[in-house]
Design a protein around this ligand. Sequence first.
Ligand code: AMP
Length: 609
Amino acid sequence: MPGETRAAGDDTIIGIDLGTTNSEVAIISGGKPSIVEEEGEAILPSCVGLDDAGAVIVGRRARNQAAAAPERTVLSVKRLMGSGTQVRMGQDAYTPQEISAFILKALKERADRAIGRDVRKAVITVPAYFTDAQRQATREAGEIAGLTVVRIINEPTAAALSYESGAEGSRTLLVYDLGGGTFDVSVVRIEQGVVEVLATAGDNQLGGDDFDALVLERLNAHVETELGVENARDDRLLQARLRRAAERAKIELSDQPYVRVEEDHVATVDGEARHLACELARADFERDLEPFLDRSLQAVTTALQDAGVRPSQLDRVLLVGGSTRIPRIAAVLTERLGQEPHGEVDPDLCVALGAGVQAGLEMGQDTQAVLVDITPYTFGTSAEGELYGRPYAHQFVPLIRRNSKLPATRTEVFFTLFEDQEEVEIKVYQGEDPDALKNVEIGTFMFSGLNEREDAYEQGLLFTYSLDLDGLLHLHARERATGRELRGVVENAIGRSTDEALGAARERVSALWGEADDGAEAGAEDAGDAAAGEGAEPSPAPAAVPPDVAGEVEATLARAEQALEAAAAEDREEMINLMEDLRDALREGAAERAAELRRELDEILFYLE
Ligand code: AMP
């Protein structure tokens, strides 16, 4: 426990994330957890096999032979833990514990080599929904691998520790964990360093593999219709190749709005080789993704309801699992929960790092959360678009979002307004407001000579923002049709404008404060001036609610009208009261009260919609 210290040596404890698809091991040094890498690889695929000579192989080598030698390769053994089922590998049958023990042994030996000692103790993570039997099986797997399992901790607990260890007071977090094959969402509370999982929900058949299948479906459709290949889906080797290409394309679409997929000689038709070359758009992928994301959001609602926690009571939302790098996921969670989620601790490694933090605490070390460099602001540009459902010429379009780990790079596609438009002004803004004009403008660049080619307008422009650790923001713009380029740099993008941003915020707050009718102190000076000039009854000008707040309020009121019919009686009454109060606040120009009431109404709607 904190304060108490024990000798290292035999008491060294490692932290292990024993995952369905991938596993990792973390060690503690100087109170900081780090992942043990081998040959530059932090991740060990959770895959065990026998090679041609009958020797056990673990990790990438085993995974590489899985398609060619499925009879002597075991994948996803975690799904069988605690089931009593035997797994066949080559000639023999093994318990899931034994197969898992090979993975644990490989991780332990990684740690042994890194520390230079024979490690004997570990903290291992398991999903929060694991039963006693599954936990016991995990403990046994550790023992078979020569490790005393000092603690089994829940994966969301580990994720929470990687972000929050050492934080003061009580904190409530939502952990959204979307990996390769499973999805879990948990609501977690930390109090005085003790983490409790309040509720958990999910779907153990939802994950990145499903998303690969969506992209694969598009590739297959292209191979069939454009290349005229019949029976492409029956060709096992081709399918394995296309599936790998699909996963690569999916990963690239997290950073790029378009991706080209090129695979040579995918089939022979009428004696001629057919090559695959096609372009996939993020927008299409996101459309395919929607039903899966809806399912995951339903689980988020269930977990919050079971925990008795409202979205506004969440101190943080954490992203865990490789699939949460898909930007649409952060976007839908922001819409649903009203705050931007955090994914800056590497979502693949966050659980292992948290297990490392727990290992450090078990060793009596003062172990803190993982520290990473992030951007405290969102960076984006402005475009003709919408603001609160109405057309608006300066919609803020974020490229690099707040809390992104640095260095960060993101590309988005934009279009000129007119076919004969020869130039665009690219403005770089820093801030969080959907109205670009309310953010801080930190750079302007002219991109000229555009739309000379006929197809240029339709293909659009790619803007790339790259923000480095020194706060330099590099802008790269490219006309897709011609390859015409523009490059620019905004220096000190993070630091310099902090003061400006503070200044703008200060102005905004004081403007609202001056306008607020209950701002007695702030209003005093104005009233004095007015009295001096006219000597008349002070007549405070009716304060107006700023258009952005008013827009949000109107939108929420419209949603509430729609939801009223289906609402239960007690909700309906509360909603009607809130709606009336809200309309009063709008009339009176009480901006802060309106914003607060809107949030309350929004929370009721959260459960109804
Ligand atoms: P995990 O099980 O947490 O290791 O997550 C693995 C899953 O994350 C796989 O399906 C990967 O394809 C997926 N993944 C990893 N990086 C990305 C990315 N940048 N964008 C989308 N999916 C990703």
